[in-house]
Design a protein around this ligand. Structure first.
Ligand SMILES: Nc1ncnc2c1ncn2[C@@H]1O[C@H](COP(=O)(O)OP(=O)(O)OP(=O)(O)O)[C@@H](O)[C@H]1O
Ligand SMILES: [Mg+2]
Length: 482
C-alpha cells in the first residue's frame, strides 16, 4: 500500500531538506503551503504520517494532537523541534506524538528514523487491511438463500468449488458473478494464491493482449520496458476473465492455446512460459448465441463452459431481497456514517415487488441512497427513488386549470417530502426523470451506447455509469423497436 506523508513545515530550508529525504517508491510526500493555518489545512488532507514543525501545533498542544489523531486515518505525528530539549520532548510524546526529532540531526540519522516509522506504519496498514477484509471478503455463504432456484444453484457451486475445472459464470448484470468467482477462489485449493481479475471489455484489442499475456521490451512502440501479463500474475492462483464475450477473434485463438497448453507467450516474445492458473470467465451475454452468430469461437466456448454456473436474477429469488437489503444496511452503516438501523416493512414489500434489472448492484445503490436521504433510524418509502417507490403520476400531477392558476395541491406531494430540504426533493425528481429520459433515448437508439450518448450530449463512459446506477441494460433495448 502507498503511504502518504504530509510535511507540515513552514521553515523553507527545513522543508526543502525533508522533501529530499524520501525516495521510496511506496511513499508519496505532500508538502502543502498554508502559513499559520498549515496545521488546520493538514487536517483536511488525508495522511498516514504527519511531520510537523513543533511551533506550528496550536495550543493547547495535547488537544490539537488528539484532534489530528482522531481523523479517520489516525495519522502518526512526528514532531520536529529546533534543538533537543528533554522537557519539550516529554511533553510532545505524552501528547501522543510518535517521535520527536531535533532538526539538528544529520540527514542520514533523520532518514533512518523516518524509514523505521514508515516501515512500522506500513505494517500496520497491512494488518488493518487484513482485519478489514474478513467481513467484506466474499464467501459462498453470501449466496445462501431461501429460494429453491438459488439452493439448487449453490449445490452445484459447492460441488465444483474445490475442483480445478474451468468455470463459466453467467448471469445478468449485477447478479454477483465477480463476487461468486472470488468466493470460489477463497474456498478452493488456491486460496493462498492471487485472484487476478481482467475486464476484457475495458481495453482496446492491442492493450488487452499485453494485459493478458504481457510483452517484451520493444515489442511495440511505447513498450520501453517489458511487462508481466495477468496470466503470469495469477500464477498459482485464479485468473478471472470478466466479460469474456468481448474478446476479439484473434485473441480468442491465443486464449484457447494458453488454456490448452497451459503455456503463454508474451507479445514479442520467443519462448513459451508455463503457467499454473485456474481460469474462471464471466459473461452477461448469451455466449451460446454468440457462437451461433459466429462471433465467438466454438472451440473456446467448449473449453470454457466445462462447468457453467448461471446465477439467477434477483427477481427470481425475491425471498432473498429483505435479507440482502438488511445486511447492506448493516454493512453501509459504518462506511457512510449514517445511524440507520432498519427498513420499514412496507419498504421491504416494495423492494420485493420491483423487477431489479440491475440486480444486487442496483439494490445496493438503492439502499445506500436511501440511507443518505433517511431522516431517522428507519428507511421509509420516501427514501426510495420514485421509479421504485411509487408511480410518478401520483407525484407530478399538476392541478393546473390552464389559466396559469395552478392549484398546487399540497396533498399531491408525498407528505414525507415536506419534511425534506428542497435539495433532496429536487434530487428525487431529477433522478426519476433522468432515468426515464435515458431509457427513452436508449429505446429509440436500440441500446446503442455511442448514439445514445451523442444524443444526450454526454460521454459514453458517463452514460454507461448512469445506466449502471439506474439499472438500465443495453440488451433490454436491443430488441424493442419503438
Ligand atoms: N449474494 C450477494 N451477497 C452480497 N453482495 C452481493 C451478492 N451478490 C452480489 N453482491 C454485490 O453486488 C454487487 C455486484 O456484484 P458483481 O460485481 O459480482 O456483479 P456482476 O455479475 O459481476 O455484474 P456485471 O455483469 O455488471 O459485471 C457487488 O457489490 C457485490 O459485492
Ligand atoms: Mg462483473
Amino acid at each position: 500500500m502507498l503511504i502518504r506523508v504530509l510535511l507540515v513545515i513552514e521553515e523553507p530550508k527545513l522543508r526543502q531538506r525533508l522533501e529530499g529525504l524520501f525516495e521510496r517508491p511506496d511513499v508519496v510526500v505532500e508538502s502543502p503551503r498554508g502559513g499559520k493555518f498549515l496545521w488546520e489545512r493538514a487536517s483536511r488532507l488525508s495522511a498516514d504520517v504527519l511531520i510537523v514543525q513543533e511551533d506550528l501545533i496550536p495550543a493547547p498542544v495535547s488537544e490539537s494532537i488528539a484532534a489530528q489523531r482522531a481523523l479517520p486515518e489516525s495519522p502518526w505525528i512526528v514532531a520536529m523541534v529546533r534543538e533537543e530539549n528533554a522537557e519539550v520532548r516529554a511533553r510532545l510524546l505524552a501528547a501522543g506524538c510518535e517521535a520527536v526529532l531535533p532538526a539538528s540531526l544529520g540527514d542520514a540519522q533523520l532518514q533512518a528514523v523516518f524509514a523505521t516509522v514508515l516501515a512500522k506504519r506500513s505494517e500496520l496498514s497491512v494488518t488493518r487491511l487484513r482485519e478489514a477484509r474478513p467481513a467484506a471478503r466474499p464467501s459462498l455463504n453470501d449466496f445462501v438463500s431461501q429460494s429453491p432456484a438459488m439452493q439448487a444453484f449453490l449445490g452445484l457451486v459447492r460441488k465444483v468449488a474445490g475442483s480445478e475445472s474451468t468455470l463459466l459464470i453467467a448471469g445478468e448484470t449485477g447478479v454477483g458473478k465477480e463476487r461468486l468467482a472470488q468466493a470460489v477462489h477463497h474456498e478452493g485449493g488456491r486460496a493462498q494464491g492471487p485472484f487476478v481479475p481482467v475486464n476484457c471489455a475495458a481495453l482496446a484489442e492491442s492493450l488487452l493482449e499485453s494485459e493478458l499475456f504481457g510483452h517484451e521490451e520493444g515489442a511495440f512502440t511505447g513498450a520501453t520496458r517489458s511487462r508481466r501479463g495477468c496470466f503470469e500474475l495469477a500464477h498459482r492462483g485464479t485468473l478471472f476473465l470478466d466479460e469474456i464475450g468481448e474478446v476479439p477473434p484473434h485473441l480468442q485463438v491465443k486464449l484457447l492455446r494458453a488454456l490448452q497448453e497451459r503455456e503463454i507467450r508474451r507479445v514479442g516474445g520467443e519462448k513459451g512460459l508455463p503457467v499454473d492458473v485456474r481460469v474462471m470467465a464471466a459473461t452477461n451475454r448469451d455466449l451460446e448465441g454468440e457462437v451461433k452468430a459466429g462471433r465467438f469461437r466454438q472451440d473456446l466456448y467448449y473449453r470454457l463452459s466445462v462447468v457453467t454456473l448461471t446465477i439467477p436474477p434477483l427477481r427470481e429469488r425475491r425471498e432473498d431481497i429483505p435479507t440482502l437489503a438488511e445486511s447492506y444496511v448493516r454493512f453501509l452503516r459504518a462506511r457512510i456514517g449514517r445511524d440507520v438501523r432498519g427498513i420499514a416493512p412496507e419498504v421491504l414489500e416494495v423492494l420485493q415487488n420491483y423487477t431489479w434489472p440491475g440486480n444486487v448492484r442496483e439494490l445496493i445503490n438503492v439502499i445506500e441512497r436511501a440511507m443518505l436521504l433517511c431522516n431517522g433510524e428507519t428507511i421509509t418509502i420516501a427514501d426510495l427513488p420514485l421509479s421504485i417507490g411509487r408511480p410518478p403520476a401520483a407525484v407530478l400531477h399538476h392541478g393546473g386549470n390552464g389559466n396559469g392558476q395552478a392549484h398546487a395541491n399540497v396533498s399531491e406531494v408525498p407528505a414525507e417530502w415536506l419534511g425534506k430540504p428542497l435539495r433532496e426533493v429536487r434530487q428525487l425528481i431529477v433522478e426519476h426523470y433522468e432515468r426515464a429520459y435515458l431509457a427513452g433515448l436508449l429505446r429509440e437508439e436500440r441500446g446503442r451506447i455511442g448514439a445514445t450518448a451523442a444524443r444526450a450530449g454526454i460521454e459514453p463512459r458517463s452514460l454507461y455509469e448512469k445506466m449502471r446506477h439506474y439499472g438500465l441494460r443495453k440488451e433490454d433495448f436491443k430488441k424493442k423497436v419503438s
